[in-house]
Ligand binder design. Structure first.
Ligand code: SF4
Length: 370
């Protein structure tokens, strides 16, 4: 494939450590206004936002995908804060998945027996307004320390039932190459068998971050699979640049899976989601999950009613191949875990060997066991 996106030059690569590449980021109202004219709701966020809120940060690349003339643009809705974020419903929480209660160490989450999540960094290239981990994201602009990592490694050595680790945050790819590879190296020393999932939104929001040198070094840690988990929420995020970043992983043997968040006004209709899922398959990314938004404070304006999510699952099942169909799921509050949102096609037994199903079109059909 011909190289068509701009890679970081040598100086930029050296500067590629947390907080040092501000020229690539929009972080103030003035900078944002050079891209778009703010709506009243967006303006109000800047006037009313207080300490501790998820800050504004958008890469100039991702901002360039916004249609300036459309205040309801789906890229814009994901990254430009509005005053609705400051309204919090009583049912919402800053930690609905109860990650803190399932953390043996501050940056380590152990909610399912066979896998853990490691919060490598709290920094992201672009802060998503639907971020479900906003209790942690952007709070310290800090990377895991060597002492914290040592505790995690000891824990992994004692818990061999853990087979997979999600490297997440924040975004683990917003850590310098040097530090990220030190972290992976240390994890590999403790557990060479551990499957690593690199969970990143950088491929969609800052694809220039990925280059051949990064991929070559990452490959050297593939004693056990390293799987890349992307987050694309709209087909317009699949550009020449992001497709090229994906191809660097895919052509070097890293499987890619995508987790989309179902977002009101962004992707809550059949045709948008069908286009997205098919486009993902075409660039060699398997649609894995389509998540109902978590019950996180300040995200109510972006969430859909559950009934609509179930309806969307049915619409997609009628429109997509098995390869392109993600699991539509909700991660339940109070740490209830993930539950698929299907239409409960199986209605139960109606005789000793008879099972009743409702088809996608609503017909009732019995299946008889031998
Ligand atoms: S990239 Fe992930 S952690 Fe960062 S703001 Fe978006 S959803 Fe939150």
């Amino acid at each position: 494939m011909q190289k068509i996106c701009r890679s970081l030059d040598e100086t930029e690569k050296k500067e590629y450590i947390i907080g040092k590449m501000n020229t690539h980021f929009i972080q103030t109202k003035d900078e944002l206004e050079t891209y778009i004219r703010l709506t009243e709701d967006e303006n109000s966020w800047f006037e009313q936002v207080g300490e501790g809120a998820l800050p504004l940060r958008i890469t100039t690349y991702f901002a360039s995908l916004i249609d300036k003339d459309d205040p309801a643009d789906p890229i814009r809705r994901q990254v430009v804060p509005t005053v609705q974020e400051l309204y919090k419903a009583g049912s919402e929480s800053d930690d609905p998945l109860e990650e803190v209660d399932h953390s043996p160490y501050p940056r380590l989450i152990h909610r399912y027996t066979n896998r853990v999540a490691l919060l490598v960094s709290d920094y992201c290239a672009t802060y998503c307004r639907h971020c479900f981990r906003r209790r942690f994201t952007a709070k310290k602009d800090a990377v895991i320390t060597s002492n914290e990592l040592q505790n995690v490694c000891s824990y992994l050595e004692d818990h061999i039932e853990v087979k997979e680790m999600l490297l997440t945050g924040g975004d683990p790819l917003m850590v310098s190459n040097e530090r990220l590879f030190q972290i992976i190296q240390r994890l590999r020393e403790s557990r060479p068998d551990l499957i690593l999932r690199l969970c990143t939104r950088v491929i969609a929001t800052f694809p220039q971050r990925i280059d051949e040198q990064f991929i070559a070094t990452l490959k050297s840690f593939s004693t056990a699979p390293i799987v890349v988990m992307t987050q694309f929420n709209h087909e317009r995020e699949i550009t020449i640049e992001s497709s090229y970043a994906v191809s660097l992983f895919a052509e070097n043997g890293f499987p890619l899976f995508n987790q989309t968040v179902l977002l009101k006004g962004v992707n809550d209709d059949r045709s948008t989601l069908v286009s997205l899922m098919n486009a993902l398959v075409s660039i060699k990314v398997k649609p894995y999950y389509l998540f109902q938004g978590d019950m996180v404070e300040g995200t109510g304006h972006l969430r859909l009613p559950i009934e609509r999510a179930i309806e969307i699952e049915r619409e997609l099942r009628l429109s997509l191949s098995g390869l392109a169909m993600p699991v539509v799921a909700v991660d339940l509050p109070f740490g209830g875990g993930k539950v698929p949102l299907d239409s409960s096609y199986y209605l139960g037994k109606t005789g000793e060997k008879t099972h009743r199903f409702r088809t996608l079109t609503g017909k009732i059909i019995d299946y008889i066991d031998p």
